[in-house]
Design a binder for this molecule. Structure first.
Ligand code: PMP
Ligand code: GLN
Length: 379
């Protein structure tokens, strides 16, 4: 194989999903929802297929969905710009990095980070540099000095994921302002990953970096339908931003997949207008799951961190006598019939807190309850 894929192997999600399948353990590893989707959305897809909406849409996306995404960005965040529909946020990320990076460039992302960023950078011939988030009590915080120290003359792009996988962190207004300062000072282009934009709980508020002063012209904002509507298998995402940048991303995207699933786009175009009501209910379910999991981990003697958003929370496994989260996760199916994922798998720099593991709570409440009971029994 070519150098760009050598050693990539299979992702940590594939490995631990396979472990769950093999052992029959409750899978709180991969962030794959077990929750319902809006019934009207499912019916609309079926109708679209039966009505013959089965050929290529325009390469940039089904026009009604592009309009719905543009309206969503304007209504929620006051953002205007071009929209490109992609095959999930994953293709948007890869296409953006292919479109923005030359070989030898450096891409910054906060560590821990989602595995598609280092892989996407590498496919583009660039290198991802992980900027560690500081562990701050039971949460994570931006370390502005670490960010400034990571910028070099080769730095081209910063990838920002908020709400954040794997920590459940929402970047604060002060942190976003700090990041925006660095990007403006060093003329960095920003790619944001906002796939959990609708899943900020309690008082946490999601703010796109593009909405900060001076950022709209240098930011590509990426999101997708997967997490918002529990349809991760549909793989419909989008990228929004200034026309010249979005056009560059479209140049790459057209030769990866050309276009993305027509009936899904048609149905989502109708659904996105009523996302607010749907998302409010989904947040209730997910934040109740988070509370259930967090309290359960506590009862089991593990130390859960705070999670403000998304699908995941971190737990410190040292109280069970483990210094190594990977060993914990490999032994957990046997010991408790539960699968989790070692947080060290998300670190690019050598600074992983090796005692952290990630549990996902995007499952049916019964599954979370069952996992918790088993963890408590095994503690
Ligand atoms: N970004 C983050 C932070 C994610 O957790 C995921 C997980 N699904 C993705 C991107 C991928 O999104 P999609 O399925 O739309 O490609
Ligand atoms: N985003 C999901 C997670 O973090 C997994 C997506 C995938 O399997 N690539 O668990």
């Amino acid at each position: 194989p070519a150098a760009r894929v050598r050693g990539m192997g299979t992702s940590v999600f594939t490995e631990f999903t396979e472990l769950a399948r093999r052992t029959g353990a409750v899978n709180l590893g991969q962030g794959v929802p077990e929750l319902d989707s809006p019934a009207v959305l499912l019916k609309d897809v079926a109708d679209a297929v039966l009505a013959g909406s089965n050929q290529y849409p325009p390469a940039t996306g089904f026009p009604a969905l592009r309009e719905a995404v543009a309206a969503h960005q304007l209504r929620r965040y006051g953002l205007e710009g071009e929209v490109l529909i992609t095959t999930g946020a994953t293709e948007a990320l890869a296409s953006a990095l292919l479109a923005l990076c030359d070989p030898g460039d450096e891409v910054l992302a906060f560590d821990p980070c989602y595995d598609a960023y280092p892989a996407g950078a590498r496919l583009a011939g660039a290198r991802l540099v992980g900027v560690p988030l500081a562990v701050d009590g039971d949460g994570f915080a931006l370390d502005p000095d670490a960010l400034r120290a990571a910028v070099t003359p080769r730095t081209r792009v910063l990838v920002l994921n908020t709400p954040h996988n794997p920590t459940g962190k929402v970047f604060t207004a002060a942190e976003l302002a700090e990041i925006a300062d660095v990007c403006r000072e060093h003329a960095l282009t920003v790619v944001t990953d906002e796939v959990y934009e609708h899943l900020a709980y309690d008082d946490a508020r999601h703010v796109p970096l593009a909405s900060l002063p001076g950022m709209a012209g240098r930011t590509l904002t990426i999101s997708s339908a997967g997490k918002t509507f529990n349809v991760t298998g549909w793989k419909i995402g989008w990228v929004c931003g200034p026309a010249p940048l979005v056009r560059a991303v479209a140049s790459a995207k057209q030769f990866l997949t050309y276009a993305s699933g027509t009936p899904y786009q048609e149905a989502l175009a109708r659904m996105l207008g009523s996302v607010e009501e749907w998302a409010a209910e989904l947040r209730k379910t997910l934040s109740a799951n988070r509370d259930l999991l967090s309290a359960g981990l506590e009862r089991a003697g593990l130390r859960p961190y705070r999670a403000e958003a998304g699908y995941f929370l971190q737990a410190d496994v040292r109280p069970w006598g483990y210094g190594d989260g990977t060993r914990f996760c490999r032994e957990l199916p046997e010991r408790a019939g539960v699968v989790a994922i070692p947080t060290s798998a998300f670190y690019q720099s050598g600074n992983a807190p090796s005692w952290l593991v990630r549990f996902s709570f995007c499952r049916r409440p019964e599954s979370v309850r069952k996992a918790v009971e088993q963890l408590v029994a095994a503690s």
